[in-house]
Write a protein that binds this ligand. Structure first.
Ligand code: PEP
Ligand code: MN
Length: 337
């Protein structure tokens, strides 16, 4: 259920509604909008009796929300959300490109790639310090040392850092260094991790699980918002199909599908979505054309020696070419890059 407040309702009126909802044993989440505040109500098992609420001062309307997801839904908030990572806005007019290596391997490697992607026009820097690897014998990431290297890359380039949080144990440590916490595809339904990042004061980039439906994807985002963290950016990164010409199948139709039902911004990751370097540029163009709010691209200056995901990493000069093409395309889409 959603309580829509009158545009003239003041903070005291909003507080009183929240207190009343909490006295009913339910959870109230204020959602500030451009014109007015709405208050999402969650935690109810059945329908909520609105009589005690509808006559409170400042209450304009009480709307039942029919979708299983509430706070992420356009029924709750119709205007598109803009999420700020560092100073970078995602979901606004500008198409946002984040780039960097799959994994932080060394200071030299990370700083070199950070400089190159910054020069080409990336506005976010990505790189994993804690890596989710299929095999326990593969490179697992540099951990805390990797986070410190990422902080150096930010200090030098000014680019805000997006890095993965792999588990609840290291979440706070990662949040100390990162500007944005990435929850990876394999963790999309790690509900304790979702709750944890929902309580941390950092924007979250939530990747779609490789076999997740749109409803499951949005319900995972709902976990984060339900804990009070509204700064969630979704990311389509490819799903598993029978196709063997590609590592994953980048499900571009997920982007308009999500935008139809959710106000949250959504990016595309054509690197993991294809797994092959030569497919990253064409699928990046396609993602911009279907309306993605941004791209996440893996770049490596020596991909043949990369410790993870070398085959999908663009060379820095290929990334610069991608940025040029994306800039031209973004104008067609009524955006800038
Ligand atoms: C990554 O971004 O390097 C990564 C592991 O992504 P995903 O969770 O989408 O596989
Ligand atoms: Mn990767």
């Amino acid at each position: 259920m959603l309580i829509v407040m009158d545009s003239r309702a003041d903070a005291a009126a909003v507080r009183r509604v929240i207190e009343t909802v909490e006295q009913m044993g339910l959870k109230a989440t204020p959602i500030p909008g451009a014109q007015r505040v709405a208050i999402g109500i969650t935690g109810n098992r059945g329908t909520v009796d609105p009589t005690g609420l509808e006559n409170l001062p400042g209450v304009l309307e009480i709307i039942p929300v029919s979708a299983p997801y509430k706070l992420v839904s356009r029924e709750t908030k119709n205007e598109r959300s803009v999420v700020r990572i560092g100073g970078v806005e995602i979901g606004g007019e500008r198409l946002v490109v984040g780039a960097g290596p799959c994994a932080v391997e060394s200071e030299e490697q990370t700083l070199e790639i950070a400089r190159r992607v910054k020069a080409a026009g990336a506005v976010l820097f990505r790189g994993g310090a804690y890596k989710p690897r299929t095999s326990p014998y593969s490179f697992q990431g540099l951990g805390l040392a990797g986070l410190k290297i990422l902080a150096k890359a930010r200090a030098e380039t000014g680019l805000p850092i997006v890095t993965e949080v792999l588990d609840t144990e290291t979440a706070e440590e990662v949040a100390e260094y990162a500007d944005c916490l990435q929850v990876g595809a394999r963790n999309m339904q790690n509900f304790s991790l979702l709750k944890k990042v929902g309580r941390l004061k950092r924007p979250v980039l939530l990747k779609r699980g490789m076999s997740a439906t749109i409803e499951e994807f949005l319900l995972s985002a709902e976990y984060i918002l339900a804990e009070g963290n509204y700064d969630v950016v979704l990311c389509e990164r490819g799903v598993r199909t029978f196709a063997d010409h590609t590592r994953n199948t980048l499900d571009l139709s997920a982007i308009p599908a999500v935008q139809r039902i959710s106000h949250l911004p959504i990016m595309a990751d054509p690197s993991h979505g294809t797994g092959k370097r030569h497919k990253v540029l064409p699928l990046s163009r396609a993602a911009v054309a279907v309306g993605a709010d941004g791209l996440l691209i893996e770049v490596h200056h020596k991909p043949e020696t990369a410790l993870s995901d070398g085959p999908q990493a663009l060379l820095p000069e290929q990334f610069a070419d991608l940025m040029n093409q994306i800039r031209a395309l973004s104008i067609v889409m009524g955006r800038s890059a």
